[in-house]
Design a protein around this ligand. Structure first.
Ligand code: MTE
Ligand code: MO
Length: 270
């Protein structure tokens, strides 16, 4: 495989664009004095950050949490394509083998799911398959500069979390609109051997096109594409589409991320 070498062009990350939406929302409800207007935007972009979120935005986030769930509304969808645009399974490019080395037996594979609460559960592939099937035809965009249209099938991560009551502090099913504060802030995913790992903000994790994917090109995943289960997250670059997921952890601590540790943007949206 070829590894990405050139960082992507600097661009607004998810939080920045989210901050603009939230700023407008806050303005509408009377928090104008805090962050509104052009000066506020300038201020946001120059202010000190903690966990990469500028502090005025953190204040807005807290404000909106009381109001409801601004972070989970109005989320952008990735462009979808007609099915005939999708590559056939045997024509799909394979890229990236980090974390896929060593002995691995798909027959004994189980998905571990944990959270900061200290709970741990294990799921078989059939547990994922029994969640409503989602299909989509979207582009995988690699930071190396190529993109390809793939068809994907799996369970949306949000549906999986609702079905098994995952990702919340209370242990209830997630309710991003009604009770956003109950959700952990981040999702960490890693390969069974821990060699590749990805961090997601919860809003991106719950975007409906984020799938726990078990089929590509109309066929079961091959080992090279991440069998038995990989992530499809079309609002992010390819690097976030982790293959062969072994473990998922819901957490309030921003997860480490393989390519972020190698100089890429932690959010890596596009
Ligand atoms: N475990 C693992 N997942 C990975 C990678 C990797 O090296 N290891 N590479 C990523 C990158 S850079 C891309 S572009 C996509 C490619 O997915 P594909 O091989 O199914 O085309 O997988 C992503 N997921
Ligand atoms: Mo990539």
């Amino acid at each position: 495989m070829s590894e990405p070498h050139t960082p992507p062009a600097p661009k607004d990350d998810d939080v920045r664009s989210q901050s603009r939406r939230m700023t407008r929302r806050s303005f509408a409800v009377g928090a104008a004095a805090l962050v509104a207007g052009w000066a506020g935007h300038r201020w946001l972009s120059t202010s000190a950050t903690e966990d990469d979120i500028p502090w005025p935005l953190r204040r807005v986030l807290g404000f909106n949490e009381r109001l409801g769930s601004a972070a989970f509304r109005g989320q952008r969808l990735a462009t979808t394509f007609p099915p005939e645009r999708a590559l056939a399974a045997d024509a799909m490019r394979v890229n990236g083998t980090i974390g896929l080395g060593g002995a691995f037996d798909p027959a004994t594979w189980m998905l571990s799911v944990e959270s900061d609460r200290g709970d741990a559960q294990r799921f078989a592939l059939n547990d994922v398959r029994s969640v409503a099937r989602s299909e989509m035809v979207v582009e995988l965009k690699c930071i190396e500069g190529w993109s390809e249209v793939f068809s994907w099938a799996g369970a949306s991560l949000g549906d999986f979390m609702k079905r098994y009551r995952l990702g919340t502090r209370s242990g209830s099913a997630p309710d991003p609109e009604g009770n956003p504060a109950d959700l952990y802030s981040y999702v960490a995913l890693e390969t069974p051997n821990g060699g590749y790992y990805v961090g997601l903000d919860m809003a991106s994790a719950l975007q409906p096109q984020t799938l726990l994917c078990y089929e590509m090109g109309g066929e079961p995943l091959t080992p090279a594409h991440g069998a038995p289960l990989r992530l499809a997250i079309p609002v992010k670059y390819g690097i976030k589409n982790i293959k062969r997921i072994g473990r998922i952890r819901f957490t309030d601590e921003r997860p480490r991320d393989y390519w972020a540790e190698n100089g890429y943007d932690w959010y890596s949206g596009h």
